[in-house]
Structure formats: structure tokens, C-alpha cells
Design a binder for this molecule. Structure first.
Ligand code: SF4
Length: 438
């Protein structure tokens, strides 16, 4: 059954991420002035490039990073001038805290421009120092998500993380020190790594939820682009997707009662920000190289070339370079996919947002009920325990398709630059306002 479902979801996910070629004049749609949007910022720099990772990330270089942050702040000002106002912010990477001073300056600018209520930021264990944490807290960060991946020293070595981010004992010590600093401290973990057995996974769960008692733990199934999987074969070994379901059930069965799911893969000890910004925010704007946006039924992607990004911003244009309009049916499916990933779908909200929602998606919903993945509970359609497993599989395929798209974007950086003409003739005088203009 898993293989059949995987094939179906793979086909659909690939279709959704088939973005059109670069459009030189691409721009963002005008915002709805009555709305406050979710903003995603991408910081693509890392000091170590982990072999399993398919995100848009490049090796950290100080000068390059400072230049990038300047462009990013300019793009934020451009979005503000275009009328966008933001209520929530998610900063992902890469490693957003790779230059904490630059990150804090960027957050301060945003808070001056928009009534931001929550700021979630990704980081790595080596940045959980009192200095960096205080700087982030003073800059308004409410949730920190730490990329731990595993607390098994052997696996950390295979992932090239042991040297840079420390042994399991060292990571645990840093997590201890970070407790209570922010409203939410999330531990990002991976399950179904090659060579990860059930005992190793059980130990991770115990250490995080019984020893440290993190406020939130997220367990992602391993999901990388096809090319990354091939590279991983050499460093970490082969991924066995047949074990995924078994390991996921182990997580559900072993988490202490105090932890409640807020999505199929995120578990909260207390109420906190849900891990995936795309669950609570159907529409969001992404800024920075390699970010994605979903606005007015269109998916947008920004350029993956840092040079191109800097030049676009200096020329007064947003970094977006590709778009994928969704059909009416795909928009409904996307809405259902993300809501059920967050465990339930409110029927009245769905009908108000998309009149005729349940009639139009009747075949999909009947299929899910037949599988035992969803059930009616009053005004809500809720995901069952089996449905959570199915959603892990769907989201894995969705994010793997996004990772394959990222691969394609990395490989077409040259084409993208060419499509915008000879760069030398297109560079106007840089117009980067000094921080504090607003
Ligand atoms: S896993 Fe995190 S630290 Fe490693 S390369 Fe990816 S973004 Fe960077």
C-alpha cells in the first residue's frame, strides 16, 4: 500500500513543482491591505555542508554574507513600500545565526516596519551560547528551532556533524543551557537515517523528552533530493524507505503523554508555534535567495544565484525568478493537504474560503475515508493515527519534490543569469539605503 500511495503522491508533487522558466519582469502581486502576512526569510550560509541536506545552502564567507544581509534588508524595505505588512516571521536556512549581529539588525528593521508578533528562527547547536541567545531574544525571537538531527555519536560522525556541532553529550549540555530562554525551544530530529536502528531512535526520544524536556520536538523522515540520496550512498549508506512506517509508529508509541502532536511530525510539551509556517498561513511571502512564496494561488521561487539576487535587489527588483500558478483544484488540494498536516480541517472555514469545497474534493475525501486516514468529528475533518502515517508519506514526497526543484535551480544558475542578459550592462548604481532609514 505504501509503495502505491508513494507513486501517486510523487507524481502529483512533481507536477506541482514544475515551475516555469525565468521571467525577467516577474514581480509580486499587490498585497491585500487588510491583511497581515506571514514572512519567510532565507539565510543560505552554513559553516559545514551536511551530506544529507537538500536545502539551498552555501559555504559561509564573511564578506559574501554581509553583502547578502544588506540585500535582504533592502528587499524587506521594498516589500514594505509595496504595501506588505507582516504579523509573523520564520527565518530558515542554511544557518540564520551564522552572523548573529547581521541577523539581529535584520530583525530590528522588520520590527520597526511591521507589527510582528512571533519570530521563529533556525539555528545549530554551536550557536546555543548565552551571547547569541541573548542577542536573538533581545531582537524579538520567540521560538528557536535547533537542528540536532540525532543524538547518536556514530550517526553524527556519518553526517559530518560531530566535529563541527559536537558530540551528543555536548549538544545535550547546550540544550540544557537554552531551556527557558525562549517561549519555544524546538529540537529538529531526523528518523530513518541509514544505520539508525530502533534503539538509537528510542534513546533520542528519551534524552530529549525525559532528560531535557524540550518544549517541542520535531521528527522528520529523511527526505532529500535524488542527487543527494546518491551522494549519501557514499558517506552514509542506503536509505530504506520500507522501515519508515515502523520507525514512525515507534515515535508515536514512545513519546511521553505530556507531548501532543500539533502536526504529523511536530510534538509540543506546551502550546507553542507550530513547526511548519505553511500550516497556519495558507499564503506567505518569501524573501531572500532560494525562498518560496505562495500568493494568490501562485507559487513563486527566488533565484538561487547569490550574485543574481544581489544584482536584482540593487536594480530595485525582487529576487523572484520563477512561478507556478496552481489550478483551482490544486489550490483546494493544497489547502486540504496543509490543514490536515496540522491534523484537522475546519469545514466551515474551508467552505467560506472555497465555496463548494467538499463537493469539488468529494472523490479525494471519499478515498481518504475509505483508507481510514480521516474521519468526521462534528465541524471538523480530522486525521486518524493511520492518517498521520499517510501524511508523513505525502509530506516526504512533497518536500522531496521541492528538493529536486532546488537541485534544478542550482544547476540552472547559469541559464538564469543568461536569461536576464549580460549582467555588466544591467547593473545600475547600487541603491542600498543605510539601516535605520525607516
Ligand atoms: S543540515 Fe543545516 S547545517 Fe547542515 S547543511 Fe543543511 S542547513 Fe546547513
Amino acid at each position: 500500500m505504501d509503495s502505491l500511495l508513494t507513486a501517486g503522491f510523487r507524481h502529483n508533487s512533481r507536477r506541482l513543482t514544475r515551475f516555469a522558466r525565468p521571467q525577467p519582469s516577474e514581480t509580486l502581486p499587490p498585497p491585500d491591505p487588510a491583511r497581515k502576512y506571514m514572512l519567510y526569510l532565507h539565510i543560505p550560509f552554513c559553516t559545514v555542508l551536511c551530506p544529507f541536506c537538500s536545502f539551498h545552502r552555501v559555504c559561509f564567507e564573511e564578506q559574501k554574507t554581509v553583502r547578502y544581509f544588506e540585500s535582504l534588508r533592502q528587499e524587506i524595505r521594498m516589500a514594505h513600500e509595496a504595501g506588505y505588512s507582516f504579523s509573523d516571521l520564520y527565518v530558515g536556512g542554511g544557518t540564520p545565526t551564522v552572523m548573529p549581529g547581521e541577523m539581529a539588525k535584520t530583525l530590528e528593521l522588520l520590527r520597526r516596519l511591521s507589527p510582528i508578533q512571533s519570530i521563529s528562527i533556525e539555528t545549530n547547536p554551536d550557536d546555543l551560547t548565552p551571547g547569541v541567545m541573548s542577542q536573538m531574544r533581545d531582537a524579538g525571537v520567540t521560538r528557536v528551532s535547533v537542528g540536532i538531527q540525532s543524538l547518536d555519536d556514530e550517526l553524527l560522525k556519518q553526517m559530518d556533524r560531530y566535529e563541527k556541532y559536537g558530540s551528543s553529550a555536548q549538544v545535550m549540555k547546550r540544550l540544557e543551557g537554552a531551556r527557558g530562554f525562549f517561549e519555544t525551544l524546538n529540537a529538529d530530529m531526523i528518523f530513518n537515517l541509514p544505520h539508525q536502528d530502533e534503539n538509537s531512535l528510542l534513546k533520542d526520544i528519551d534524552l530529549l523528552t525525559r532528560d531535557i524536556e524540550v518544549s517541542q520536538a520535531t521528527f522528520y523522515p529523511l527526505m532529500s533530493a535524488e542527487s543527494t540520496m546518491r551522494k549519501m550512498l557514499r558517506t552514509m549508506g542506503e536509505v530504506d524507505f520500507d522501515r519508515e512506517g515502523r520507525m514512525y509508529r515507534l515515535i508515536l508509541d514512545s513519546l511521553p503523554d505530556a507531548y501532543h502532536p500539533s502536526s504529523a511530525w511536530c510534538f509540543n510539551r506546551e502550546s507553542g508555534t507550530v513547526d511548519e509556517y505553511i500550516i497556519e498561513n495558507e499564503e506567505y511571502l518569501g524573501l531572500g535567495s532560494g525562498s518560496m512564496s505562495y500568493l494568490d494561488g501562485i507559487l513563486y521561487s527566488s533565484t538561487f544565484s547569490l550574485n543574481h539576487y544581489n544584482r536584482q535587489i540593487a536594480a530595485g527588483r525582487f529576487g523572484i525568478s520563477r512561478r507556478q500558478p496552481l489550478t483551482r483544484r490544486d489550490r483546494l488540494r493544497y489547502f486540504m493537504l496543509m490543514n490536515l498536516f496540522g491534523l484537522s480541517l475546519d469545514k466551515r472555514t474551508a467552505e467560506a474560503r472555497y465555496p463548494g469545497f467538499f463537493w469539488k474534493l468529494a472523490p479525494e475525501i471519499a478515498g481518504l475515508k475509505l483508507l481510514g486516514a480521516v474521519r468526521d468529528e462534528g465541524d471538523r475533518l480530522v486525521l486518524t493515527r493511520y492518517g498521520m502515517r499517510i501524511w508523513i508519506l505525502i509530506m516526504r514526497e512533497f518536500f522531496m519534490a521541492v528538493s529536486d526543484f532546488r537541485d534544478l535551480m542550482r544547476h540552472s544558475i547559469r541559464d538564469e543569469l543568461d536569461a536576464f542578459g549580460p549582467l555588466e550592462t544591467r547593473l545600475p548604481t547600487p541603491d542600498l539605503r543605510p539601516p535605520g532609514t525607516y
